[in-house]
Design a protein around this ligand. Structure first.
Ligand SMILES: Nc1nc2c(ncn2[C@@H]2O[C@H](COP(=O)(O)OP(=O)(O)OP(=O)(O)O)[C@@H](O)[C@H]2O)c(=O)[nH]1
Length: 601
């Protein structure tokens, strides 16, 4: 292969707000190009993880190579890179965009531009993409193409006059999208005779082939049998296989400039493949690497503990397997007095956390407790040292701390006018600072700076509820700033329960401390003695509840009955024991932890 001239290649991504129909459109394009037969065509080929399909969201960027005989009589190679739409995965969007020359900007013609439309399109503009607007869902009665075109021009600032109007659902006008790709996007550039430069876009673990690496060749040729060097580490590998996604893995002899494909090179772990790295020919290396990406940094951490202590090893194995397919997921072992042995895990955001948790329970059959999510604080000690704090339990004594900084985000929220008031109130409650407020028709666009720790708990849910689901939200990380943060410890019968401690702004500490004590009082069963449930900052108690002792007759034993029934009862009791955690003299049921941790701190 690679006898395809560059002029006949088009590399493109599809960018859209969640649910605007990106995956449906991708499926239609694949179908129209005959890459899969009707029978092979299951719904949404690109979203190939079960979980993605169920939730209808795209997590991992995927790619497909299509062959399109255009109206000009020539046959083109179209490489489609799917991109995730959710804000947690903005980083994966940027790396897919770096491998392409253009984007289809899909906007739901009945909804119009949303916060993630904007965030993604700005990334595409940064990546120097040619952008073709596509108005989807024109079959819906509420579709209003003229209004949405005007909106795209006004808010996004790109020409929308020639936007392609389609229905990905009915298949209307799909051909026009393919023609627009061929006529409006530029072909890739690159010199096939230059030393190899290929961008490492992604890598994942395939149970049959081992580590698969997705690459975009920029210069030179990438051939089977070649010795390649990773420019950031100098590590050398033999290329066992080169190929393209058609959409199944299809081996080829080589990939030339402008092409997107995969290599398989006996690489042991995904961790050895740095996304954004440049691959070059070990015998004739390039002088300079390509501009890479910044590494993805986890912004939210929480502890994951097995409910049954015996599952610890299984959890360790499962996390290792997940990590193979998801380099942005981090974990390290930790112990908690309350929860035993577990892991501290880092995620790109809350959705990422939820997805990993769900995969652990579904694919690996693990019952887990997750501690409250925490952002990464920067802690400056009085001795001048700075450390990153991932876990509230690790916060040193106040006398050792000079200052703490917390991460802020810049959030864009789009919302219909009638819900604006409620949204602004929510942002203010969460310590938000308004940066900008503009109108597009009857929709407001508010730009706020907010502390991330006010967002990780339930901001997204609250936003949806105060706007009846109409607000859309997107954010990017901003700066770190000094803040009055305190750690709130929870004490049961004078014993601190480490898994329940959390960090909050001083102004919110008391309310949240009080709420958690009240909740625990409801959840902890009465004991033979009276116990105190307290919240404290250092040695100062800020909230207290008292749980009365239980009356004696509740412990009355049950005699008689046949042996098997007794055995059953004993087994049941054993189960029950497993689900309790001993706290000094107090036993706290698992359900109390779960409920307390679920609370909005
Ligand atoms: N009526 C109508 N519905 C559509 C059309 N295209 C997509 N949909 C529906 O819109 C919903 C979202 O479509 P998806 O393709 O999953 O959206 P997406 O943008 O890929 O979403 P993410 O993968 O979560 O980013 C699905 O229920 C589709 O069936 C269309 O042209 N008309």
């Amino acid at each position: 292969m690679t006898d395809t001239p560059l002029s006949l290649i088009r590399n493109f991504s599809i960018i859209a707000h969640i649910d605007h129909g990106k995956s449906t459109l991708a499926d239609r394009l694949i179908q129209a190009c005959g890459a899969l037969t009707q029978r092979e065509m299951t719904n949404q080929v690109l979203d190939n993880m079960d979980l993605e399909r169920e939730r209808g969201i795209t997590i991992k960027a995927q790619t497909v190579r299509l062959t399109y005989p255009a109206k000009d009589g020539k046959t083109y190679i179209l490489n489609l890179m799917d991109t995730p739409g959710h804000v947690d995965f903005a980083y994966e969007v940027s790396r897919s965009l770096a491998a392409c020359e253009g984007s289809l900007l899909v906007v739901d013609a009945s909804q119009g531009v949303e916060a993630q439309t904007l965030a993604n399109v700005y990334q595409a503009i940064d990546a120097n993409h040619e952008i073709v607007p596509v108005l989807n869902k024109v079959d819906l009665p509420a579709a209003d193409c003229e209004r949405v075109k005007a909106q795209i021009e006004e808010v996004v600032g790109i020409d929308a006059e020639d936007a392609v109007e389609v229905s990905a659902k009915t298949g209307l006008n799909i051909e026009a999208v393919l023609e627009a790709l061929v006529t409006r996007l530029p072909p890739p550039k690159g010199d096939a005779e230059a030393p190899l430069k290929a961008l490492l876009v992604d890598s994942w673990y395939d149970p049959y082939l081992g580590v698969i690496t997705l690459v975009r060749v920029k210069e030179g040729r990438l051939k089977k049998g070649m010795r390649i060097r990773m420019m950031s580490t100098g590590v050398v590998h033999n290329v066992d296989q080169v190929g393209v996604f058609a959409p199944r893995l299809t081996p080829m002899d080589e990939l030339g400039p402008g092409e997107i494909g995969y290599i398989n090179a006996a690489i042991k772990t995904v961790a050895d493949c740095n996304v954004g790295d440049t691959l070059t020919d070990d015998r004739r290396p390039a002088d300079m690497p390509l501009a890479g990406f910044k590494p993805s940094v986890p912004v939210v951490w929480c502890g994951l503990y097995p409910i049954v202590a015996d599952d610890f090893e299984k959890l360790r194995d499962s996390l290792a397997k997940l990590r193979l397919n998801d380099a942005s997921f981090h974990y390290e072992a930790e112990t908690s007095a309350a929860l035993g042995f577990g892991f501290r895990c880092g995620f790109l955001g809350l959705l990422h956390l939820e997805i990993i948790q769900e995969r652990l329970s579904r694919e690996f059959n693990l019952d887990l407790i997750a501690t409250a999510p925490s952002v990464v604080y920067r802690l400056w000690r009085t001795n001048g040292a700075m450390e990153e704090l991932h876990n509230p339990a690790d916060m040193p004594d106040g006398s050792l701390i000079e200052r703490i900084e917390e991460p802020w985000i810049k959030a864009t929220i789009m919302v219909p006018d009638e819900y604006l008031g409620a949204v602004l109130t929510l942002c203010t409650e969460r310590r938000g600072i308004q940066q900008d407020l503009t109108y597009v028709g009857n929709r407001a666009m508010a730009v706020y700076r907010l502390p991330l720790n006010e967002v990780v708990f339930d901001f997204y849910d609250r936003l949806k509820s105060v706007s009846r689901g109409y607000a859309s939200f997107d954010y990017q990380m901003d700066t770190y700033e000094e803040s009055e943060l305190v750690r709130i410890s929870i004490l049961v019968n004078q014993e601190p329960v480490d898994a329940l401690s959390f960090i909050a702004h001083r102004s919110a500490a008391e309310t949240r401390g009080r709420a958690i004590c009240a909740k625990l009082k409801e959840l902890i069963p009465r004991q033979l003695f009276k116990i105190a449930i307290q919240a404290s900052i250092g040695s100062r108690i800020i909230a207290r509840e008292t749980l009365g002792a239980m009356s004696k007759d509740v412990t009355a034993k049950c005699y008689g009955g046949d042996i098997s029934r007794k055995r059953k009862l004993l087994d049941k009791q054993k189960e029950g024991k497993k689900r309790m955690r001993q706290f000094g003299k107090v036993e706290i049921p698992q359900s109390a932890f779960l409920a307390a941790l679920k609370m909005d701190h």
